[in-house]
Design a protein around this ligand. Structure first.
Ligand SMILES: [Zn+2]
Length: 276
């Protein structure tokens, strides 16, 4: 769930490079008719697809085709990336850019997929000035180098309601499009827009940090309290997974995310939030 900077990510990339099964060629061209089997996979694993308004459903399928045509997938640690895996991951990733389009992922170069959790080793300078190697067990990672790394087991089996590993990591990727991730994922069109985003996100982040410190269970994962970048990624998960609940409990937060993603999932046929 890391949003890593260049130096920290390099170690995991190097490690993964030695274990790559193969680099996949594009699966389909954007002109390809959307296969029924793919639609069935999306309905099973990306339930929001079942309630998308008609016009958005067509846009989503078009995005999935484009995603698979231009973004390579790489299997790591012996994993053979299947058509099913690619379609499901592209299906989740497509939700975030439904209104913004594939250009929002222009910096994304490739998706690395591990069968399960993976270990990333990072060098860190200690207070003694000595460089120490630390191993981190991760389920996902996104880097400003244009890579998203996912544990397939965790894509298939979310940690619980409101969790979505793919949405989390691709939210980081959008945040990193401007460089490092800081929870402010876009160049604001106007000062007032920037001020409103900063005010709402800061207030909600500080409240979430207080709730987390008290051990209170809320809609948002405690992990979101670790940094503004993680807060944005965690909020994005809930925005797509439990939109009605987020709109009810965090209306200002929902509104800001709705403006950013240019989507209103809480209104999609009652959404799935209360059923999942
Ligand atoms: Zn994260």
């Amino acid at each position: 769930m890391f949003a890593s900077n260049l130096s920290s990510f390099a170690s995991s990339v190097l490690r993964g490079a030695g274990q790559r099964a193969r680099s996949w060629l594009p699966l389909a061209s954007p002109e390809t008719e959307f296969p029924e089997q793919w639609r069935a996979w999306l309905h099973e694993h990306v339930p929001l697809c079942t309630v998308l308004p008609e016009v958005l459903r067509h846009s989503h399928e078009d995005l999935v085709l484009k995603f698979l045509a231009c973004k390579p997938f790489i299997g790591c640690a012996g994993l053979e990336v299947t058509e099913h895996m690619r379609v499901v991951i592209a299906g989740h990733a497509g939700l975030l850019v439904l209104a913004r389009g594939m250009s929002a992922y222009a910096q994304l170069r490739e998706i690395l997929v591990y069968p399960g959790e993976f270990v990333a080793r990072r060098a860190q300078v200690g207070t003694d000035g000595v460089v120490h190697q630390h191993a981190h067990v991760l389920r996902g990672e996104s880097s400003s180098l244009g890579q998203v790394v996912l544990s397939w087991a965790d894509v298939l089996a979310p940690a619980g309601p409101g969790h979505n590993l793919v949405v989390h990591e691709f939210a980081h990727q959008l945040d990193q499009a401007k460089g490092g991730a800081n929870g402010a994922p876009f160049t604001f069109a106007s000062p007032s827009q920037r001020q409103r985003w900063a005010a709402v996100m800061s207030h909600e982040f500080e409240q979430h940090q207080r709730n987390t410190a008290l051990g209170e269970q809320t809609l948002l994962s405690h992990y979101g309290a670790t940094s503004p970048a993680e807060f944005f990624a965690v909020c994005s998960e809930v925005f797509f997974e439990l939109p009605q609940a987020m709109r009810y409990v965090h209306p200002a937060l929902y509104t800001e995310l709705s403006r950013y993603y240019r989507l209103d999932p809480a209104n999609w046929h009652g959404a799935l939030g209360e059923r999942r």
